[in-house]
Design a protein around this ligand. Structure first.
Ligand code: GLC
Ligand code: CA
Length: 531
């Protein structure tokens, strides 16, 4: 699994995850093995061959622990088990075993910032104002006027504090009230998470995706966020430069975790859910995390995409650190929709895949993007996302990207389940089903398979040498070793003066002839510049 490459004259071993393609499995919506309308671990196991054929190297499974599901698994009540809806610990062991047979790695989602309010620690903390477990959370007295201890806001809207009626104190929740934040300054908390990390490594996990990775420690003074004047409206707004999270102490925790992973094997990985490129260089370090996310969500415009790529490349300069390119995940509007939706959105989605897949670094895919799925407008009475619920319906929430996967054409609920799925399957979605696309050469699925296979074939032949090349306005053009990548962002065909053998194109009419590459509207291509 290790390639060797030359770096500054020395040989260094390239770990499996460098340049790997990861696939995010949203467990509740991926595959349902027992027809109860809810995805589960045996469902994932039954589809590992599908993922192998797709061409990914690793999967990241969203939280499958026992949980009241107030934030669909990101509210954990027991870090050492499996939610009965999703299966058993044995099912997890089978999943890992089968994945490893297929040479797929498995990442577990770790949620260290908060527990569920049903976690035994929090329940004990609520039991009495003197209970020692209160130290493991943030309990604080209200202000003299009875209002919350400070003005911090929850990511899901409203105050980040909820009242503990029994004691009159308040507790902190940066997300839903059912997700009380752990106090990492209390030594019991880091100790417990070291046990949790070992537990899943002992069960064969190849690493972790760390939820809200920069938030674990909050500023100790719990000071109010200062208010500043909004330059546009003149009204007071919270100062966004004030630091609540991202405290230096978090780096000690990641150094300790890195040492634990290294004890198992140095190629176990830690991927931090950190999107802000300005902070990543402090985390992606040989003694801390291997990766953070390089999220490209710019509008479909060549110069905006170039800027976004450059910012992330500067944040994680190779070869030890490299960006982990991503367009979609379970918290975002699906990118085909963001890119314009329908025929145009899918054409741009194909071109965008070639653009990101050709870059140095890793790629993270979100389940269903290989089918060209779009955001779904889930009927309001079926929505379940706490973001929707806690915003009083002002925010659409994230259910629209979490709709179950369509597997079979012509079947009830597109083959996901014979029972009603936890979020309704949109009518007509069997059209996008895996078996509807698998045999069709011009489908999105086959395009993803081809692009991933090519990328795999090129790995090891692509040194970390990257350069933009001059291109007509509206076109991005770069070279990564022997690979040349060109993408036309415009709504009209463009001709790019460039040589090379066409390896793959996102549009059937792309042509490379006599030193001229013709790219139809919203399309991209890979050329072999040695061929
Ligand atoms: C992360 C997860 C998101 C969750 C939040 C709170 O951002 O990706 O789904 O709601 O953390 O755990
Ligand atoms: Ca099920």
């Amino acid at each position: 699994m290790h390639d060797e490459a030359l770096k500054g004259g020395e040989r260094w071993v390239r770990p499996w995850w460098r340049g790997a393609v990861f696939y995010e499995v949203y467990v509740r919506s991926f595959a349902d093995s027992n027809d109860d309308g809810i995805g589960d671990l045996p469902g994932i196991t039954s589809r590992l061959e599908y993922l192998k054929r797709l061409g990914v190297d690793a999967i990241w499974i969203t939280p499958f622990y026992p949980s009241p599901q107030k934030d669909h698994g990101y509210d954990v009540s027991d870090y050492y088990g499996v939610n009965p809806e999703y299966g058993t610990l044995e099912d997890f062991d089978h999943l890992v075993e089968r994945a490893h047979e297929l040479r797929l790695k498995v990442l577990v989602d770790l949620v260290p910032n908060h527990t569920s309010d049903q976690h035994p620690w929090f329940q004990a903390a609520l039991s009495s104002p003197d209970d020692p477990h209160r130290e493991r959370y943030y309990f604080a007295d209200p202000k003299p006027d009875g209002s919350p201890p400070n003005n911090w806001e929850s990511a899901f809207g409203g105050s980040a504090w909820a009242k503990d009626e029994r004691s009159g104190q308040w507790y902190l929740h940066l997300f839903a009230p059912e997700q009380p934040d752990l106090c990492w300054w209390d030594p019991e908390v880091p100790q417990e998470f070291e046990r949790i990390i070992r537990f899943w490594l002992d069960h064969g996990a190849d690493g972790y995706r760390i939820d809200v990775a920069s938030a674990l420690f909050k500023r100790e003074d719990l000071a109010d966020r200062p208010m500043v004047e909004d330059p546009r409206t003149g009204l007071p707004i919270p100062d966004s430069s004030f630091k609540v999270i991202d405290q230096p102490a978090v780096h000690e925790v990641y150094r300790a975790w890195r040492r634990i992973l290294n004890d198992y094997h140095p190629d176990r990985v830690l991927v931090g859910e950190i999107f802000d490129p300005r902070r990543q260089s402090q985390y992606i370090l040989p003694d801390q995390l291997n990766m953070a996310f390089a999220l490209v969500r710019a509008r479909w415009d060549a110069s905006l995409w170039k800027r976004s790529i450059d910012v992330d490349r500067r944040a994680a300069p190779g070869p030890v650190a490299a960006p982990s390119w991503t367009q979609s995940n379970h918290d975002l509007v699906r990118h085909v929709t963001r890119l314009g939706g329908g025929f145009t959105g899918r054409a741009r989605g194909r071109a965008a895949l070639l653009l990101l897949l050709g870059l140095p670094g890793q790629v993270f895919l979100f389940q269903g993007e290989e089918l060209g799925l779009e955001e779904v407008n889930v009927p309001p009475d079926k929505r379940q996302d706490p973001f929707y619920i806690h915003s009083g319906g002002k925010e659409a929430g994230r259910d629209g990207c979490r709709v179950p996967l369509p597997w079979h054409k012509g079947q009830l609920n597109a083959g996901f389940s014979t029972a009603d799925p936890w979020l309704p399957m949109p009518s007509g979605w069997d059209h996008f089903a895996v078996d509807a696309q698998a045999g069709s050469a011009d489908s999105m699925l086959v395009f993803y398979q081809r692009a991933l296979a090519l990328r795999r074939a090129l790995t090891g032949m692509l040194p970390n040498q990257f350069r933009w090349r001059a291109a007509p306005e509206g076109v991005l053009l770069y070279e990564h070793g022997r690979l040349t990548v060109a993408v036309n962002f415009l709504a009209r065909p463009m001709v790019v003066p460039i040589r090379g053998r066409l390896l793959i194109a996102s549009h059937p009419l792309a042509r490379s002839r006599n030193g001229r590459l013709t790219l139809p509207a919203n399309s991209g291509a890979w050329l072999d510049n040695l061929g």
